[in-house]
Design a binder for this molecule. Structure first.
Ligand code: DOR
Length: 436
């Protein structure tokens, strides 16, 4: 099956050009073909921009074990709507993905059920070094250097040293210092306000753990990715680190601050916590100047019933895959960044950081994972329209300009004109291993 996408403004690595793109058998076979090139399907994309599909390298899709919140079908339908064509999922499911057996079971669960392409991290524990060394069908290792949802935690220095010394897969970490969080929690134990969440998971917790993890990576010469940077201190610190280190920002740390607890309460309770307006501005600046290379969501759905429990019973996490691209395109519409930057943060950089094979760039011979966006479309985000199983979004009622209108996964349309379409065509992601 040949598909010709005509007249779109195509966002290439170095430029944006009005060219025709030909897809065949899941691959981009030719760029800049004539208007009359023969194809089974011709899509007139006049007025639209064609981007590589979004690669979201940090999501929690809850399967197996927590499927009352989300499952791979609902999550990947939400991805298709949001222009996300590949995801890398975290190991804090039930059971946790902390052995090769659990990893392969998760891959088997995903096969034939995902609307978009899938990959799963293997999680570190203080005891599973042999599994971390053996795992192959994974982008890398996730360490919770600080506990969050679930019970994954590696806090002991000797266990961390061994993981960084003896494994070869890239590592990423949730960086909030466990001792600091516990001490703050003890000090504020009488607290009754969700705002205390940011006092417990405070600036010191974030910067201490990020420094500790980067120190391990630099000493052991290990590729390391800092997830969800939330403070100005971390951004400043990361400006001076080596090229072994990459880092990312999430939309909620850019668009929400402690001032929003009054309006949104536990809906914006997240780990790491949201911080001040100055932190949010610093995280945005870190993206603009390239200190932070990746934008990912940390999509972490919980039901509204769970979220409405009074803090601190309420769980941390919010859903975002179906709105993240629109949130960033809205920044473009406001003149706050360029479309090329959004593509770099959400497509090219995550594919490069995790060595995804033939993804993240519009290039001949690469996978036809693509999204057509309308930069002039304005629409209001509504809970009622959300495809995530949890059925809510912290951006309910927010008007955004710039939306995905059609998403392709391996050359097949999976979302078009407001509807998810077609069978679940997502495939297991392959990884280019350096030196191998
Ligand atoms: O707020 C969070 N929720 N942060 C995490 O690191 C995990 C996530 C979840 O799984 O709910």
């Amino acid at each position: 099956m040949k598909t010709l996408i005509r007249h779109a403004q195509v966002v290439l690595p170095e430029s944006t050009e009005r060219i025709n793109v030909l897809l065949e058998d899941g691959v981009i076979v030719a760029l800049d073909v004539p208007d009359g090139a023969s194809a089974d399907e011709v899509i007139d994309a006049r007025g639209l921009h064609l981007l590589p599909g979004v690669v979201d390298d940090q999501v929690h899709f809850r399967e197996p074990g927590l499927t009352h919140k989300e499952d791979l079908e609902t999550a990947t339908r939400a991805c298709a709507k949001g222009g996300v064509t590949s995801f890398l999922e975290m190991p804090n499911t039930k059971p946790t993905t902390t052995s090769v057996e659990a990893l392969e079971a998760k891959l088997a669960l995903a096969a034939g059920r995902c609307q978009v392409n899938y990959g799963f991290y293997i999680g570190a524990t203080p005891e599973n070094l042999a599994e971390l060394k053996r795992a192959e069908r994974t982008p890398g290792i996730k360490i919770f250097i600080g506990s969050s949802t679930g019970d994954l935690l590696v806090d002991s220095q000797s266990a961390l040293e061994r993981i960084f010394a003896e494994t070869t897969l890239p590592i990423c970490a949730h960086c909030e210092d466990e001792a600091t969080v516990r001490a703050n929690a003890a000090r504020l134990s009488g607290g009754v306000s969700v705002a205390d969440h940011s006092r417990i998971r405070d600036h010191a917790a974030a910067i201490l753990a990020t420094r500790r993890a980067v120190d391990l990576a630099e000493r052991h010469r290990h590729r390391f990715h800092v997830l969800h940077v939330s403070t100005a201190e971390e951004v400043e610190f990361l400006r001076g680190t080596s090229d072994l280190i990459t880092a990312e920002a999430c939309p909620h740390h850019v668009f929400f601050t402690v001032d929003d607890y009054e309006r949104l309460g536990t809906l914006i309770q997240m780990n790491p916590s949201v911080k001040t307006a100055a932190d949010a501005a610093a995280v945005w600046q870190g993206l603009l100047d390239g200190t932070l290379e990746v934008v990912a969501t940390d999509h972490a759905p919980h039901t509204l019933e769970e979220k409405r429990q009074p803090w601190p019973k309420s769980p941390s996490g919010l859903p975002a895959v179906e709105n993240s691209l629109a949130l960033m395109l809205n920044q473009v519409s406001q003149g706050l960044c360029s479309l090329q930057q959004v593509v770099s943060w959400m497509c090219e950089a995550p594919a490069r950081v995790w060595n995804l094979h033939h993804k993240g760039v519009i290039r001949e011979g690469w996978d036809a994972d693509l999204v057509l966006v309308d930069l002039n479309c304005t629409a209001v985000v509504r809970n009622a329209d959300q495809l995530t199983k949890c059925g809510w979004t912290p951006w309910d009622g927010v008007s955004l300009t710039g939306w995905p209108v059609r998403t392709f996964v391996l050359g097949r349309t999976v979302y078009c004109e407001g509807r998810v379409v077609g069978p679940a065509v997502g495939q297991e992601i392959r990884y280019d291993r350096r030196g191998g």
